[in-house]
Design a protein around this ligand. Structure first.
Ligand SMILES: Cc1cc2nc3c(=O)[nH]c(=O)nc-3n(C[C@H](O)[C@H](O)[C@H](O)COP(=O)(O)OP(=O)(O)OC[C@H]3O[C@@H](n4cnc5c(N)ncnc54)[C@H](O)[C@@H]3O)c2cc1C
Length: 250
């Protein structure tokens, strides 16, 4: 299918992007397009405007900040996967990004796009939550930091406002031990359920509308996972318990 009609904008600076997002009604940021383009093609999203940020220079850095790693909006998942800095400061992020889709998708997909998209079955939002990281959002109104705990609001929903551009995500240094485990039907598919361990902290994905923190001694308590063609709620709860045991034995 072809996407519905939209007006295309290609700003070359962050300021220009923020001005566009402030002035346009019903605009969506286009980063790697690996989630947004399928949504458009299936006509599940019909924004009036697309603001393509790929022409903004200097927004693809991965750099050390405050004893953690900052990943800017245009840093591709593959660049994070290959980064020696990420491997040394936040090896949990290196391990997690390898579980996202396939390399061809990671060549375009961005870490910030994955976080902004907030798919409940995504690995990277759960990693941000487990580590207690944050994102930085910029708009014409200024810049603000949003802690991971206050970021994920529901299925595909975040507290990033429509006029805000997520300019970077910050991941603290990985504590030891760390682990990420997931179960999916085939390699590269979205997870049926997954767990992230960062020291004593446990975050789960694929079992609630957002990634959630859980008690490692009773990880499935209070969860009501959805049922679909891939898995029943009971199977998802079973996976969470089994993967948590594995993560805390590792
Ligand atoms: C076959 C396939 C398998 C996949 N498997 C997985 C998987 O296993 N795990 C997983 O996590 N993901 C998976 N994905 C999704 C992939 O990781 C996407 O790259 C990612 O979710 C979105 O990143 P993007 O840069 O492509 O964002 P886009 O598709 O460009 O945008 C996604 C959404 O985020 C918004 N957005 C993007 N960047 C910003 C920004 N800087 N500021 C504000 N809003 C922004 C957009 O407006 C849009 O709403 C898969 C995709 C495909 C096609």
């Amino acid at each position: 299918m072809k996407p519905p009609r939209f007006e295309y904008h290609a700003p070359s600076t962050v300021d220009e992007t923020c001005a566009l997002l402030a002035s346009l009604e019903d605009a969506k940021v286009l980063a790697g397009g690996q989630s947004l383009m399928p949504l458009l093609n299936f006509r599940l999203a019909r924004p009036a405007h697309l603001v393509d940020i790929n022409r903004i220079g200097g927004l693809d850095r991965i750099y050390e900040r405050d004893r953690g790693v900052a990943v800017q909006a245009l840093a591709r998942q593959a660049a994070v996967e290959d980064s020696e800095l990420v491997a040394s400061v936040c090896p949990l992020l290196s391990a997690a990004v390898r579980l996202v889709a396939h390399r061809v998708i990671r060549n375009r997909g961005t870490v910030c796009g994955s976080i902004a998209h907030a798919d409940p079955a995504s690995e990277l939002p759960a990693v941000l939550l487990a580590l207690g990281g944050h994102v930085v959002a910029r708009s014409k109104r200024g810049e603000r930091k949003i802690e991971a705990g206050g970021l994920f609001a529901g299925v595909f929903e975040t507290s990033i406002a429509p006029d805000e551009l997520l300019v970077e995500a910050w991941f603290p240094k990985s504590p030891k031990p760390f682990a990420i485990f997931e179960e999916s039907r085939r390699h590269g598919d979205f997870a049926l359920a997954g767990v992230v361990r960062a020291g004593d902290t446990l975050a789960l994905f694929g079992v609630a509308p957002t990634p959630v923190l859980a008690d490692a001694k009773d990880p499935s308590r209070g969860l009501q996972p959805s049922s679909d063609l891939e898995a029943t709620p009971e199977f998802r709860l079973h996976l969470v318990r089994a993967l948590t045991l594995k993560a805390f034995a590792a």
